[in-house]
Each structure stands twice: as C-alpha cells, then as structure tokens.
Design a protein around this ligand. Sequence first.
Ligand code: E4P
Length: 216
Amino acid sequence: MKIFLDTANVAELREAVAMGLVDGCTTNPSLIAKEKRPFRPLVEEICSVVPGDVSLEVVATDFEGMVKEGKELAQVAKNVVVKCPLTKDGLKAVKYLSGEGIRINQTLCFSAPQALLSAKAGATYISPFLGRLDDIGAVGMDLIRDICEIYRNYGFKTQVLAASIRNPLHVVDAAKAGAHVCTMPFAVLEMLMKHPLTDIGLKKFLDDWNKSGASI
Ligand code: E4P
C-alpha cells in the first residue's frame, strides 16, 4: 500500500520524504488555505519536494470551470493529479479530463455507487473519506471494503485512496481491505512508528549495555 501525506505543509513533506516513507501527497482547498501562502509557488514547491503524485483540487463547481482549472493545474508539474469533487459536473469533468490524458483523483466520495460511477468515468484515484463517515456514526471502513470488492469484481483500474484518516487503526484496516493508497496527516504517520514497548525495550537494552562497560 502506498502512503501519501495529506498536507500542504512543505516542512512536513520535506521531513517525511527524507525518511523515504512518502509515495505522494494530497491537498485540498482547506489545507492550502491553512498555509497562507500564494497558491502557485506553494504548489510548485510541493510538487518538487514530493517524489510521487500530488493531488491539487479544483474549486470551480461547474463542468466548464472544472475543466479549465483542471487543465491549468495539470500544467503545474508532471506529477500533478487533478482533484475533482464527486458531483454530477465532477463526473463529467473526470470523463472529459481523463480523456485528455489528465489523471484525476475524484474526491469527497461517501458511497459505493458514487465510486462505481467514478471508475466508469475513468478516475485514476477514488477518495472515500472514511473519517468523516465515522464522524457521523457510519462505518467508514465498510465503504472502503465495498469499493475494493466492486473494483476487483470488474477489474477497474481506478485506485482506492483511503482518505480522511484519523488514526493508525484506519491505516491498518484500509491495508487489510486492499486499499491501494492511504493518505494521512503527518501526525498519523508519526503515530504509525510508535509503540510504548519499543521505547521500554530500547531503554532496557541500553541500560544493560551501559552497565556492562562493553563497546562496539
Ligand atoms: C483527502 O484527499 C482529503 O484531503 C482529506 O483526507 C480530508 O480529510 P479530513 O476529513 O481530515 O479533512
């Protein structure tokens, strides 16, 4: 499973990329706004730092506007994947832009039928938001499982990008379900590497070693 960072923060991206653990990045208008930087230089820097796909989202809501913005965003860098929302116009834009050779991440997916249509429209990635479903008392992971099953049944090439990840359990369950990608905040990536028994074990090893007077 690929790991993407869900952030527009260049410092976080640089740190995670330096660890060699990041395969790509997803942004959205809220994450971009949080950075309080001019759009174009910010996304150019993100695209140069990240070794893989970088999702940049359109803000138009009509078909023509999404196509226009999608074409502009695709020019930012070779690794840009244009993000379009899962609406009627968004599906039309996915069909059109993917026909033009522009790769699309279809975002704000909250149901299996939405995901089926997106795959038929030719999306490269589908982004089911599992945390936001959990937030309203639904089981977000069921959606990931359903989409993976439907795509497998028909051999769709669209990759399932588990989004709106809140914790390590989401990552593990998405991997078990067969999601191709998990996009997560930097804080969740850090949580993935931590375990209290690792810290306790390391301390004990080093205490014993230091008491022994040995050296390597
Ligand atoms: C995905 O591409 C979105 O940017 C993201 O995962 C949304 O997550 P949130 O629900 O934590 O805002």
